[in-house]
Design a binder for this molecule. Structure first.
Ligand code: GLU
Length: 479
């Protein structure tokens, strides 16, 4: 018999921006579905109306679109198990609520919030956990569909279950009570809604964060009451701050994933980096395309322990992915980014492209270099004597002599040989002998006309022999 086709889901709550931890969970569920030629669902869990933030749903889809994470069923695309927004599925929850009532596993809660709160406080004062099961009413009247509905826990027992990542887990008594299924506002709780949705959407694997482990006995008792077999559970590890000690928070860089877009990160780099947060393929390869990641992904290789978020590695990863794109694509993406910032890509970009690419780990860094003017030495430079002499521990005559010597040293080189490397070879021994500052600073200023620029050897190569000699000549004239 063929195993059931894999169905996974990403089920974010629209409570603000999508931070990297949440995206990492989505990536694991997505890669697992893709690897197994299964279905990946995007479902919105919006039953906690107090925590809902306007615009979050759009933000979630924008983030996923930018990353290139596609879903087969869910909001926007539809599917045969919709709707995919929980607030539009209330009828479904009511139907299952009624089934539970009929089976004797649910009852309307006759108590006021104040009463429940009082018991909670009492339990706290006695330093024991508050469990609603001690307060079950004798009279479990008919549900009017408006009153909050509670689950009547069928059996207080210890549950043991298998987690694809964590192995065998066990918990029970301490977590089991008559939890709320449907709240006073008519919306279901997460505990109830996700169980029903996963059932109706035929989810085979629930891939989610570890904050749900402690409630798992609740979910399992609900599956029991409904006589359904739970999906396979897989718990992904927590994402830790760079210090490795605490959960990654906004303060340590848990940013909105779309911030990375603004900074000029490539979506493939973000996916590659995040997929390695708590998982790694066999072998040493780290820089991987989406296809390679999909091919290699295995839930069994996801680690149990927390995964450290390392910004330096992310930047490195982006640089590796930037190297993989063509010059044309680089310029195209840079243009988009700079235009979004209200800036233009300078005309000389093509000439300095290799240098720009070598020096920037993100498109944002490339854009910054261009807009700082550091590279616009292509435009005519006017050499300023004061700048030529700035910080140089020598007099004008000496500087003139150095520049003249440099001119003589590089004069015989031409064509292909006029490379940064060759020029450095020619000038460096002289500069070392005479004092690097006194030789290289005026040379660099002569070539760039600026206080800040790339090194003089690189500049010479980029400018070519004629311009280089021309600029040295102009500098000699102003000195
Ligand atoms: N709505 C839950 C959250 O955003 C999803 C948990 C789950 O995947 O079941 O944390």
């Amino acid at each position: 018999m063929n195993p059931k086709p894999v169905v996974t889901r990403f089920a974010p709550s629209p409570t603000g921006f999508m931070h990297v931890g949440s995206v990492r969970t989505a990536i694991f569920a997505w890669l697992f579905a893709r690897k197994n030629h299964g279905t990946f669902i995007l479902r919105i869990e919006d039953t906690d109306k107090e925590r809902q933030v306007l615009g979050s749903i759009e933000h979630i889809t924008d983030s996923l679109h930018w990353l290139g994470i596609t879903w087969d069923e869910g909001i926007e695309v539809g599917g045969s198990h919709g709707p995919y927004i929980q607030s539009q599925r209330l009828d479904s929850y009511k139907k299952y609520a009624q089934t539970l009532i009929d089976k004797g596993y649910a009852y309307p809660d006759p108590y006021t919030q104040e009463e429940v709160e009082q018991w909670r406080m009492q339990a706290e004062a006695q330093q024991r956990p508050f469990l609603f099961r001690d307060h079950r009413p004798h009279d479990t009247r008919k549900w009017d569909g408006i009153q909050p509905l509670r689950f009547k826990i069928p059996e207080i027992k210890r549950y043991t279950w298998h987690d694809m990542v964590r192995g065998n887990l066990s918990a029970g008594e301490e977590a089991l009570d008559d939890f709320v299924l449907i709240k006073g506002d008519g919306y279901p709780t997460y505990n109830f809604a996700h169980v029903i949705d996963d059932l109706e959407m035929k989810v085979t694997h629930i891939i989610r964060g570890e904050e749900f482990i402690s409630s798992t006995p609740k979910f399992l008792s609900l599956y029991d009451a409904l006589s359904i077999k739970p999906p396979i559970l897989a718990t992904v590890p927590v994402v830790l701050a760079p210090d490795g000690k605490k959960k990654l928070s906004k303060r340590d860089g848990a940013k909105d994933v779309l911030e990375y877009r603004k900074e000029g990160y490539l979506p493939e780099a973000i996916i590659n980096f995040l997929s390695l947060l708590g998982w790694h393929p066999e072998g040493e390869q780290e820089v991987m395309s989406i296809a390679e990641l999909t091919d290699a992904f295995e839930l069994e290789r996801v680690q149990k322990g927390g995964a450290i978020f390392d910004n330096i590695k992310l930047r490195w990863m982006n640089q590796q992915h930037l190297k993989r794109i063509s010059d044309k694509e680089f310029i195209k993406q840079l243009t988009v980014l700079m235009n979004e910032r209200g800036e233009q890509v300078p005309t000389y970009t093509q000439q300095i492209l290799s240098l720009l690419r070598e020096r920037s780990a993100t498109l944002g860094e490339a854009a910054n270099m261009l807009s700082s003017g550091e590279f616009n030495f292509y435009e005519a430079v006017s050499v300023d004597a004061a700048l030529l002499m700035q910080n140089v521990q020598a007099d004008r005559e000496t500087v003139k002599r150095h520049l003249e010597k440099v001119r003589i040293l590089i004069e015989p080189t031409s064509g292909e040989n006029f490379s940064a490397e060759r020029i450095k070879e020619l000038i460096f021994p002289y500069a070392n002998e005479q004092g690097r500052g006194a030789v290289l600073w005026p040379l660099r200023v002569a070539l760039s006309g600026k206080e800040k620029s790339p090194d003089p050897f690189t500049l010479a190569e980029l400018l070519g022999k004629d311009q280089t000699l021309q600029r040295i000549k102009s500098a000699l004239q102003v000195l």
